[in-house]
Design a protein around this ligand. Sequence first.
Ligand SMILES: Cc1cc2nc3c(=O)[nH]c(=O)nc-3n(C[C@H](O)[C@H](O)[C@H](O)COP(=O)(O)OP(=O)(O)OC[C@H]3O[C@@H](n4cnc5c(N)ncnc54)[C@H](O)[C@@H]3O)c2cc1C
Length: 502
Amino acid sequence: MIIGSGIGGLCCGGLLALGGKKVLICESHSKPGGVAHTFTRSGYKFESGPSLWNGLECPTNTSPLGQILDLLEESIEVKKYKGWKVLVPEAEFELEVGDSPFRKKIQELRGDEALNQWDSFIEAVRPLSRIIDKMPLLTTSPENLNLQEILKLSIQFLPEINHANKLRKGFGEIANKFLTDPFLNNWVDLLSFLISGMSMDDTNTAAMATLFNEWFNPNAHLEYPLGGSESVVNALLRGFKKNGGKLLLSSKVKNINFTKDFATGVTLKNNAIINSKFIVANCDIWNKHSLIPSHLISKFKTREFSIEKCKSFLHIHLGFDAANIKDLPIHTIWVDDWKRGITADRNIAVFSIPSVLDPSMSPKGKHVLHGYTPANEPWEIWKNLKPNTKEYNDLKVERCEVFMKPLRKIIPDIDKRIELKMLGTPVTHQRFTNTHCGSYGPAISARESLFPGYKTPFRNVLACGASTFPGIGIPAVAASGAYTAEAILGKKEFKEIISKLN
Ligand SMILES: Cc1cc2nc3c(=O)[nH]c(=O)nc-3n(C[C@H](O)[C@H](O)[C@H](O)COP(=O)(O)OP(=O)(O)OC[C@H]3O[C@@H](n4cnc5c(N)ncnc54)[C@H](O)[C@@H]3O)c2cc1C
């Protein structure tokens, strides 16, 4: 059984069911998808989490999620697009993914010297991207590689072998070496923060080399799943259920049951007991620990208990009148002041208006918007406040005012257009996603170590999701779900399943 129906849990469950296992997913929330769940109010379909997707389209893609959907023989209708809007202190501009649009922008904003720096930087990242290309995430888990497989992989990236050790370091090392131009340096810091919730110094180089491979290659594009995250979640669920998988919603797991140090199953909050041969914790690392009986908790490595958490989020959800608005961007990223630093609270906001590409997300003539401050809102200022008290509501309104400045830049008369407005705090985020302190996930610096693997001190308790290697983000959690499935199915069986991919 799997605790949690996040994208990692659903990917793991789908592959296990495909491999013939009898799988049950117990989900605490009334909706599946974890932080990627969608909810509806007054005809608007609101997102709670991810908005930037790619590699969903089957069968040509190489992303782990796209490949898992392919294996499950499920597909999602996507709309391809390239552009997003950037509001930074030095300029406001439309940007497209791909190599040349950003080079053009650098030339325009910063001149030749900066462009040379960028070109040298991209040149230095390229061999790393080539290595990543040759190590598709959906292969065997690095924890399971035997010597023969390591050798085989090493031979594949022999021309780049002397770059390989850089993949395990912080991305800041390579960025700082080439990018002395402040705008470019800040830009890479920003992209790193959006991926990991940490500065570029702490962000894993492998994750960034993957992003650069996807966003800065000449044919780059992004994909919007029509119907939003819900379509992705539903496709994974269809693949899971048609192979016999079962999902229980509103079923919080209270604890994992053990006989000695062998897990026998779980007890739900309603005291129902479910027995299982294997338990997979798709919840975050702190929730996983809370499910282990106190007499066994000391079996975890002490390092696991000192892992810091990324900060949380402020959210804004709007439904607004779309009359006579032209050229609205689907995404906008706003930075207030580079000097405050990329990790400062209320200094960055991200907005997504999916109804620009998919009118089914909002009632006719309206738009739907989700904005959030990405992993920079401290839990500590919220943790003692009770929702719906005056103090809580006043602070919520005060801190969420941060969204209005950039929103008025995107849509100058937004205040008059708003028909539905919902604000969210770390407390809201925690409540609806069941994440510890509403955190984005573990803040594990690439300079110190990799994310913990799927193993736990207990042979038949495993983990997957954003607290597990390779880390946070949709591609990473999909891969982690696959690694965990491999561990349960066995290498041979797993290889047979993924051999259907080209
Ligand atoms: C606002 C936001 C924006 C993001 N944007 C992007 C983006 O654009 N692109 C991208 O790639 N990534 C993005 N991410 C990151 C990405 O969405 C997450 O890393 C990923 O979805 C996490 O998946 P997961 O498998 O770890 O599970 P989670 O989504 O964390 O789900 C875990 C599930 O476990 C359940 N659970 C917890 N405890 C229990 C229990 N005791 N019993 C039963 N169930 C339990 C929870 O309810 C939850 O459903 C974003 C994240 C956020 C929050």
